[in-house]
Every structure is written in structure tokens, then in C-alpha cells.
Design a protein around this ligand. Sequence first.
Ligand code: IPE
Ligand code: IPE
Ligand code: MG
Length: 248
Amino acid sequence: LSIFEKVPEAGSLADLSTLPRHVGIIMDGNGRWAKSRGMPRAYGHRAGVERLHDIVKATGDLGIEVLTVYAFSTENWKRPAAEVEGLMKLLIEFLYREIDQLVENGVRIVFSGDEAGVGETVQKAMAYAKDRTKDNHRTTFNVAFNYGGRQEILLAAKKLAAQAAAGTLCPEEITAERFAEELDTAGLPDLDLVIRTSGEQRLSNFMLYQSAYAEFVFVKEHWPDFDERAYLRAIGEFQRRGRRFGGL
Ligand code: IPE
Ligand code: IPE
Ligand code: MG
């Protein structure tokens, strides 16, 4: 079913003529969601992954070009090894299980973050997902995994510095656009809307460069409770904001 069949008032919850091109979601609160049910954190992570199916589908149905989800930060390695291992397994499982549906829905999967820094089985699943979906054009689903905004910016700076030192790049040529080409999101539009679930109001190192003029919507729901209606409400709120980009 499309979002319009599942949520008949979709058109009034969000104005379909002024949609964001690129939405980012900081999927937070899996642990608290599980705790409130007296369950282990892993149960929350599993429920969280289940949410992705509907949200990615709705993104495509609405005609939003890009959805980026923050799935694992470079700081999340600080968590207990068993939890980290669980999150890796959930990504692998999701990629193999959902791939046929994603292909059917015209979704292209890409990743942001340090892919070389994750285990071989994770890398294999990522390569499989990218390859299976590379010819799809309806929606780009960008999974930020082992991702850190500062690390991404530093890496871009290093690559440009190396070219400058080698004499193949003139420092004056380093424009905002040229810089963006060195980021993991090269080719994708800047973020228009960043949603964070679970009440926390911070970026936690998410897409620092790309969110320069994004609108932020913070919602109380924990990520496993974030459904299509909540998604449409957040998009509706985005549409009521007055974006000025520094102008009048
Ligand atoms: C978000 O939920 C998932 C990841 C960070 C991978 P959390 O695991 O951060 O849940 P809380 O914030 O502890 O409730
Ligand atoms: C941000 O959530 C990272 C992801 C959602 C993947 P965290 O739960 O790790 O962020 P902090 O620690 O509360 O800032
Ligand atoms: Mg958290």
C-alpha cells in the first residue's frame, strides 16, 4: 500500500507541492523505548529497524528525492561490544532481507561514513546493497553508518590539501561546491529537513556541513514509535517554517 492509501489525510498533513528534497533522520531512543517496556536495548534496536521499511516507502511515495538515516555514529563504538555487534548484525540482516522490496520500490541505497572501518561481513552486505540498487532512480536511501560529520570534513580537507601540495589544485579553487564534492554525500542536495526523535535536541556529529541551512524538527516519540503519521507531521512542520537563507 502507498502512503496515500495507508494515511488518507496525507495530502493535508503535508503540502505535497513544497516537499523537502533531502530529509535526514537521527533515529534516537531505541534504548529508552525498550527500557520503558522492561526489555533489553537490543529489543529496541530490532523494533527500530522495523520502522525503516515504512519510512523509506513513504519517502518514495511522497516524491522526496533523498532520505538519510543516522544508523551508527563514529562515537557509537564507545558502547558495549555486544551492543555494537548487535547493531552490525541488524544492518546486515536489514540489507539482505529488504533488498527485493527496495528494488521494487525504485530505491537506490548508498552509504555515508567510514566503510573501511567496519567488519568484512558488513562491508560485503553494503557492497551487495549498493550493487543491487545502483540503477534505481526514484529515491536515494543514504545510510550513515560509522559516520561522523567532523571526520568527514577533516578527510575532505586532507584530500584537497594533498592535491594542493601536489600542485594539482589551486587553493583559490576550493569553493563550497568543490569542498562538498569531497564529502560522502557528493552529488546529493543539502539537507532541507533534519528530524531527531526521542526529545534530544542536538546533532551528535550528524551531517555538520550538509545541514548548514536545514530546518530542525525534534519530536518526542522514540524511534520505534515513529510512524508515517509522525513523519507527515514533521514534514508539515517543515513546510510552515519561513526559510530565508540569510536573505530578507
Ligand atoms: C538510537 O537509539 C540508535 C543508535 C544510536 C544506534 P539509542 O541506542 O541511542 O537509544 P537511547 O538514546 O539510548 O534511548
Ligand atoms: C546519535 O544518537 C547517533 C545515532 C542515532 C546513530 P546517540 O544516542 O548516539 O547520541 P547521543 O550520545 O545521545 O548524543
Ligand atoms: Mg541515543
